[in-house]
Design a protein around this ligand. Structure first.
Ligand SMILES: Nc1nc2c(ncn2[C@@H]2O[C@H](COP(=O)(O)OP(=O)(O)OP(=O)(O)O)[C@@H](O)[C@H]2O)c(=O)[nH]1
Ligand SMILES: [Mg+2]
Length: 276
């Protein structure tokens, strides 16, 4: 999941390639009815069921692109048997769902929650992966809104969620250094940055309360994702494996980060890249 253009489809194809190299099977299901092309093989494609263009062209429906997407997703929620048939029964399935970017799907519409419940009924273990573009995260205000988007998905879906900052390869060394503080944020120090520019006292107070809430509950952390760096892809994969206990029947593995110092791996990532 993640806002439009945050790198969801790229994440799926990067993971497929990465896992292929590890000799591990990963399947992808495209759940974006407006998707045009993607660079990974699909196990199932929602467009076989319904397409946004067809909904928009329908004389009796007359939806625009966003209403059309919502209609498609609701239609999908009423036809989960299509998904069941497409998923089949493969041993040790690891399936990525490439979701649409519209935030309303994760905030107040029931469809994604229904999908999660359906998958759980079919005995899948589900982990949310929420992507945010690092390019937009170099300022504290944008960061706070990114955090709130991730948080609303987390709260509405009620599943474990891994938050990821994508496109790290596009950042300059200086920006990388700058963004380090956003990965495991100390919200209280960020409050100072962001509230200085606020004139309204009430707005200042609200921003402080939101930052305080996020910090007190330690709810949101981000992992860096650089598609050109195998180590960063591996860290993300390990976290997700640990969350869903993937392969626990075969061999129990904790993510490296839990064994070592909590932030050692993330620090190491930055060390390597800033020193280059
Ligand atoms: N350099 C770089 N570019 C990336 C990365 N991830 C995505 N992009 C680029 O960002 C653009 C959007 O990526 P997508 O993967 O299509 O994003 P998306 O979230 O699937 O977008 P929608 O499905 O339209 O919501 C594409 O041009 C990608 O090539 C990354 O890690 N590094
Ligand atoms: Mg996409």
């Amino acid at each position: 999941m993640g806002p439009a253009g945050s790198g969801k489809s790229t994440y799926c194809s990067t993971m497929v390639q990465h896992c292929e190299a590890l000799g591990r099977a990963v399947q992808v299901v495209n759940l974006d009815p407006a998707a045009e092309l993607f660079s990974y093989p699909v196990m199932a494609d929602i467009r076989e069921l319904i397409e946004v263009d067809d909904v928009m062209e329908d004389e009796s429906l007359r939806f625009g692109p966003n209403g059309g997407l919502v209609f498609c997703m609701e239609y999908f929620a009423n036809n989960f048997n299509w998904l069941e048939e497409s998923l089949g029964h493969v041993e040790d399935d690891y399936i990525l769902f490439d979701c649409p970017g519209q935030i309303e799907l994760y905030t107040h519409l029931p469809v994604m929650k229904q999908l999660v419940e359906q998958l759980q009924q079919w005995e899948f273990r589900v982990c949310g992966v929420f992507l945010v573009d690092s390019q937009f995260m170099v300022e504290s205000f944008k960061f706070i809104s990114g955090i709130l988007a991730a948080l609303s998905a987390m709260i509405s879906l009620e599943i474990p969620q891994i938050n990821i900052m994508t496109k790290m390869d596009l950042l300059s060394k200086k920006a990388k250094k700058e963004i380090e503080k956003y990965l495991d944020p100390d919200m209280y120090s960020m409050i100072e940055d962001s509230t200085n520019v606020l004139k309204s006292k009430m707005f200042k107070k609200l921003t402080k309360s939101i930052c305080g809430l996020i910090d007190d509950y330690g709810m949101v952390r981000f992992l860096p994702f650089d598609r050109s760096d195998e180590e960063s892809i591996n860290i993300v994969l390990q976290h997700i494996d640990f969350t869903i206990q993937y392969g626990e029947d075969l061999e129990f593995k904790e993510p490296k980060e839990c064994e070592e110092d909590k932030s050692a791996l993330v620090d190491e990532y930055f060390q390597d890249h800033v020193d280059e």
